[in-house]
Design a protein around this ligand. Sequence first.
Ligand code: NAD
Length: 450
Amino acid sequence: MTFTVLNPATEEPIAELEQAGVEETDEAVARAKEAFPAWSAVAPGDRARLLRRLATLVEEHTEELARIESRNVGKPISGARGEIGMVAQVFHYYAGAIDKHFGETIPVAGGVAATFREPLGVVGLIVPWNFPANIASWKLGPALACGNTVVLKPAELTPLSAIRLGELCLEAGIPEGVVNVLVGKGSIVGQRLIEHPDVAKIAFTGSTEVGRLVMQGAAGTIKRVTLELGGKSANVIFEDADLERAAASAPYSVFDNAGQDCCARSRILVQKSVYDRFLELLIEATKGIKVGDPADDATEMGPLISAAHRETVASFVNGEPLFRGDAPDSPGFWFPCTIVEATNDDRIAREEVFGPVAAVIPFEDEADAICIANDTPYGLSGSIWTQDGARALRMARAIEAGVLSVNANTSVRVSTPFGGFKQSGFGRELGMHALEGYSEIKSVFISTES
Ligand code: NAD
């Protein structure tokens, strides 16, 4: 069976691909299993060299990969270039991490206790369609660094950059069978990976709904699981914040990638005393977002990923919003930047929209802000805007989320841990923390008694 990959900005087909089924999945797992002993035995310095070569190849192919990602996801090309730049940095980082992932010696009676970091074996990587190459690299980098072999399953809608990355792995000299890219349905290929007895771990990024299925399926073989799931993050603006800066930045923290971002600050919490002023600034700043052809260097927001997804996003906007921007009326799954007023009980404030719709929610004081920010099943990211350093720290400690920023709206850095609290998942990607998710600690005691 084949399926057609579309350009969401034009609705035109850009590829026709064979879909893998259960049989092909089993074959890929078998190839990865066979490649594992040799790959895990590669000397750390040599494995680092291969990953560094991969990083360099990604750098050399930045424009090609960025164009693939832009056409397949509808991402503005300037953002896509930045994302591919990060993919290269991720591989450089984990090339450098390989010989710094130390074990320990532990004082014990009668001998020496030491720990070793052992690879897991074959790891299944299941990734979503919103940041396909980026999120694949967050998993591939540490998985390969630790000596695992992988089967990577991109999302049905956006497989093209993963296929190209797989080719670059081979070109870099990473042996056949170490990285296997499988294009196919989540319910078939993904499900088989989750249940396969020879897959040691599933690293999953996607919706909380499918994350639940991953946990359930993995229980049969006590598979290791890390889950990066949905979010409903709060952007908390206090009256003492630099309102101009906060308002200039807020639209990009929710409309970037057309809102299809697990870290989107889609709940903007504003202190009542500055509510009207902030709203004015926010709307003004949102008007400045350039929506249109993703291939244009100046474009800041492209279309949504599919017609079905556009329908879901539209279902969140009932009645007249506070603001609705412009969007092309040509073919493509366009949706305008939209700002609505809400209470935290409204559907728009409780569920992940995953589109360019922001809910603005007023709050009274610090206690009220904490209460609203935490009143969600999710806990991925968020921001705090205030000039009071002590308040910033109190808020950062009080908000139940894995990744927070103060007077900024960033969530992701190559060297810092990324992941969620509560139903946003568990396990950490990026930084040295990610290596924990791709290795087991082995404790060995050596008697020194004669
Ligand atoms: P999704 O859960 O529908 O799909 C994610 C992946 O899982 C895809 O590759 C899909 O094919 C696969 N899949 C689907 N059903 C499956 C099944 N039954 N068994 C195994 N695999 C299956 O998510 P999506 O729509 O592609 O992506 C959007 C979601 O991803 C949002 O909820 C978003 O918040 C989340 N996300 C989270 C992060 C994070 O790091 N926390 C990052 C990006 C996206």
